[in-house]
Write a protein that binds this ligand. Structure first.
Ligand SMILES: Nc1nc2c(ncn2[C@@H]2O[C@H](COP(=O)(O)OP(=O)(O)OP(=O)(O)O)[C@@H](O)[C@H]2O)c(=O)[nH]1
Length: 203
């Protein structure tokens, strides 16, 4: 993988326990890990090569730690991101408030970063609709207001996970079609020791 470039940096943001790592695991490895919850410490990185309309795109996905203890660190990871997947747990209204915090951060400090709102753990709603913590229409209104795409996903069943990342990549390719690529765009992974890795610290 020497010399592989990341085309688009994508950052996962959201309160702890909302399921950011599980989303990445489902998307990249098509699996859902069961067992005791272990929080992400710092951040983890993985590159994913995908195809959009016959074109190869490599997403560099940064999975940040949701704990407020790591808030300052998470700020480092959204710098230069083309896309942010801001996650909230569909059953936990406080996690939606936290999602709004990250949206405001991005709007203030990373205006070229596209925002994707992602309500996680939709399988729990299928078990019991009363578990929905935030009204869908309120979230949709908010998404419209901030011009964000809205997805409801389940890493457990895989629902809408591929669609979410595919949309991120498609939007990136579409944007690039209108922009001239410059030589210094992207991150040259040949500078790193390893290409496909979860860097420090997950679990
Ligand atoms: N039922 C269900 N549980 C999920 C889903 N996604 C994640 N979980 C569970 O929620 C817990 C937290 O998931 P993580 O993916 O570790 O959450 P995180 O956002 O990465 O957490 P931090 O690393 O602390 O920021 C784990 O026990 C997961 O098994 C889902 O789609 N459905």
């Amino acid at each position: 993988m020497s010399g592989q470039r990341v085309d688009a940096k994508v950052v996962m943001l959201g309160k702890e326990y909302v399921g950011k790592t599980s989303l990445v695991e489902r998307y990249v490895h098509n699996r859902f890990l069961v067992g005791p919850y272990q929080n992400t410490i710092g951040a983890a990185f993985v590159a994913k090569v995908m195809s959009v309309g016959g074109r190869t795109v490599t997403l560099g996905i940064w999975d940040t730690a949701g704990s407020e203890r790591y808030e300052a660190m998470s700020r480092i990871y959204y710098r230069g991101a083309r896309a942010a997947i801001v996650c909230y747990d569909l059953t936990d209204s406080s996690s939606f408030e936290r999602a709004k915090f990250w949206v405001t951060e991005l709007q203030n400090f990373e205006e070229n970063c596209r925002i994707y709102l992602c309500g996680t753990k939709s399988d729990l709603l299928e078990e019991d609709r009363k578990k929905r913590g935030i009204d869908f229409h309120d979230v949709q209104d908010y998404a419209d207001e901030i011009k964000a795409e809205l997805f409801e996903t389940s890493s457990k069943t895989g629902q809408s996970v591929d669609q979410l990342f595919q949309k991120v990549a498609e939007d990136y390719v579409q944007l690039m079609a209108f922009q001239v690529m410059t030589e210094d765009e992207g991150v040259d992974l040949s500078q790193k020791h390893s290409t496909y890795f979860y860097s420090c610290c997950h679990h």
